[in-house]
Design a protein. Structure first.
Length: 88
């Protein structure tokens, strides 16, 4: 039922979680331009939203599809430089 209530998420279980978000552009901060290339930009954005007091919820009716894509040049560089330090 599209009128079902939202299901609140009090907190994410990991600071490394990069959820898909729907945020009203009018109320959201800009992405930090210091993050270029691969990695951590979405983590920083979610952390920023949490710091600003945003609340998160699961939509009652909705879905998203993530299509795999080739590894970018930036991710390939990051993987090579951080071998053994991070999960890919």
């Amino acid at each position: 039922d599209i009128r079902a209530p939202l299901r609140p998420i009090p907190c994410f279980h990991s600071d490394r979680y990069e959820p898909y978000l729907i945020v009203n552009k009018k109320h959201a901060p800009n992405f930090n331009r210091d993050f270029q290339g691969y990695g951590k930009n979405k983590i920083e954005f979610v952390t920023h939203l949490r710091y600003l007091g945003f609340h998160f919820a699961v939509l009652p009716v909705g879905f998203i599809i993530h299509l795999p894509h080739p590894i970018s040049k930036d991710k390939a560089t990051w993987l090579h430089q951080s071998r053994g330090k991070h999960d890919s």
